[in-house]
Design a binder for this molecule. Sequence first.
Ligand code: CP
Length: 306
Amino acid sequence: MEKSVISLDQFDAKSILSLFKEVGRIKKTPFKKLQNILKAKVVGLLFFEPSSRTFSSHCLAAKKLGAITIEFQNMMTTSSTVKGETLEDTIKVFNNYCDLIIMRHPQMGAAKRAFDVSSVPIINAGDGAGEHPTQALMDLYTIFEHHKKLDHLTGLFSGDILYGRTVHSIIRGLSYFPGNTLYLLSPRQLRLSTEDKSIFAKRKIKLIEIETEKEIPANCHFWYWTRVQKERFKSLADYEKVKNRFILTEKLVKAKAGKKTLLMHPLPRVGEVEIKVDEDKRAVYFSGLKNGVYVRMALLKLILTK
Ligand code: CP
């Protein structure tokens, strides 16, 4: 296990499956036996961008393993960033207090910048439109748990493929396993970047861009819906033009989903998933959240104890 988690590019099939073995072990272990694993270790949570799930689940994961946490939910307003301190200096400061830093930042590449100056491991909890590796590992674990494999899958991603950092990380993760085909349904303006396309073209993964719901293939193993992210747009008018183009409705699920198609979304949703879909047994966007805690526990354990 590498010490920092910046990108899914650091993983391969073996390391993902070995992490999932650890997740399985943690899920089965009684809480009492876990609570001293990170005793006296200090985990810093430095969030420069809002978060509900990623912040809370990392925090819970660290505490369940017995770590001490330093928690900044609003670095942009409550830390010395306000006074003009650079990201690099902030990381060098927290290196003195922490054994590991979990960081979210609005700028793509910020996690790598932190890694470059840090003397302790960095976990990327989302860097702008870059990647969101721990969310992707959690989602891959949920797919693995339900379908018992990560190869020969057919999946659909819908919404914001251009800025969707979780999508970028999941595609990277699935590219290590043979036979995977992913359909990408998004407005033209939110298609995968040319740079990412050329990266994935060299990997064993088939990506097919589609333009309408009609083209969704039958019996996908999963549908992964995403929010069109207002915060990534320079112009509100451009956001308004595309925000509700693709909506996951009960009607669409009835028409196009298979019996075992997992209905996924990293959350938060802002109208692109109909509330009625929540009742569908195939919807795992709420029930799968516990896996986020277990996956993050496994990562923290492997990084800080090996
Ligand atoms: N999925 C996700 O990253 O959610 P938060 O922004 O609430 O952490």
